[in-house]
Design a protein around this ligand. Structure first.
Ligand SMILES: [Ca+2]
Ligand SMILES: [Ca+2]
Length: 314
């Protein structure tokens, strides 16, 4: 039973299948707010971010930090969680959020992984935001022709309502990564990328770049970081030949949390030395990450098409 309205509670989540601290969640499309109602079920609604007051341990209603449009019954895999009060904070436990649609394998029960009500539909979204993060340090000189070729060919075939932004890493004369192109049409991005040159810099602050892109709430230098459109799929294509570094204190676990929280799919193109990304890869959206190689434009293009655009189920 609920005594009094829970009108000052902000939902939180940690991952697609798990538990979340309800005091800190924002999915990038708004803030989840608990409105316990008579049944103790939490719904979404507009509200300012507020500090939760001490919770009622007797409240054990259902909660779901995903979109209100998500299907929550089979064949959809999304599920509500249970509200839990611990140490005067609310947690939502055991919920399942959407993941990319996966084709049903032989003998398996068909499932609607992205919880849109359709099973095994082609996974190419109509609307997506893509941030391309390219390492343009000097060591990338020999890799850039293949990168330019693969990316521009891929961009030429994107659906109309996909927007593309570009982040350079580093962006001389500083070692900071910087937004070279805010979200816009793919043809504009292709034009800029076709002229991409290596430009020095000594630190590849990959962690910083991915973190700032994920949180989408910082300004660095003169340009703001790209802002994601609500409702669009979110992708980061990251190309580098150097193990990830940070200029500050952006640890990879923090990157993993924010990438997951932002719902980013990450496609990673590397040469070598990325062992530390093992912690980030499984932490982001399952099944949306591919690790490809540089120098081979044809292979890069195939990886991009398969990883991001998807293909219809047989
Ligand atoms: Ca589906
Ligand atoms: Ca499926």
């Amino acid at each position: 039973m609920v005594e009094g309205p829970l009108d000052a509670l902000v939902l939180g989540h940690e991952d697609a299948r798990g538990s979340g601290d309800l005091a800190s969640w924002d999915d990038g499309t708004g803030t989840g707010v608990a409105d316990a109602g008579e049944a103790g079920r939490l719904d979404r609604g507009p509200s300012d971010r507020v500090t939760p007051r001490a919770c009622d341990p007797r409240l054990t209603g259902l909660c779901y930090p995903g979109a209100s449009s998500d299907r929550l019954v089979a064949p959809a895999v999304c599920r509500e969680g249970r509200l839990r009060c611990e140490a005067e904070r609310y947690f939502c436990e055991g919920y399942v959020l959407p993941s990319p649609e996966v084709c049903t394998s032989a003998g398996a029960v068909p499932a609607d992984e992205d919880c849109d009500g359709v099973v095994d539909e082609p996974s190419t979204p109509l609307r997506a935001d893509v941030v391309i993060v390219v390492d343009v340090s000097g060591s990338m000189h020999e890799e850039l022709p293949a990168i330019r070729s693969a990316l521009t060919r891929w961009l030429a075939d994107l659906p109309q309502d996909w927007l593309v932004a570009l982040v350079l890493l580093p962006a001389p004369p500083h070692d900071l990564p910087a937004v070279a192109l805010d979200f816009g049409g793919a043809h504009v991005a292709a034009s800029v990328i076709s002229g991409l040159q290596d430009g020095g810099g000594s630190i590849e602050a990959t962690y910083d770049a991915l973190y700032y892109v994920a949180v989408s709430a910082f300004s660095v230098g003169e340009r703001p970081w790209p802002r994601w459109r609500p409702g669009a799929e979110r992708w980061v294509i990251l190309v580098s030949d150097e193990a990830a570094q940070t200029l500050g204190a952006v640890h990879e676990s923090l990157v993993a949390v924010e990438v997951r929280r932002a719902g980013l799919g990450v496609v990673l193109f590397v040469v070598e030395g990325y062992e530390t990304w093992d912690e980030i890869v499984p932490a982001a959206r399952t099944g949306t990450i591919a690790v490809g190689v540089l120098h081979d434009a044809g292979r890069m293009l195939r990886v991009l098409v398969e990883a991001v655009a998807g293909a219809p189920c047989p």
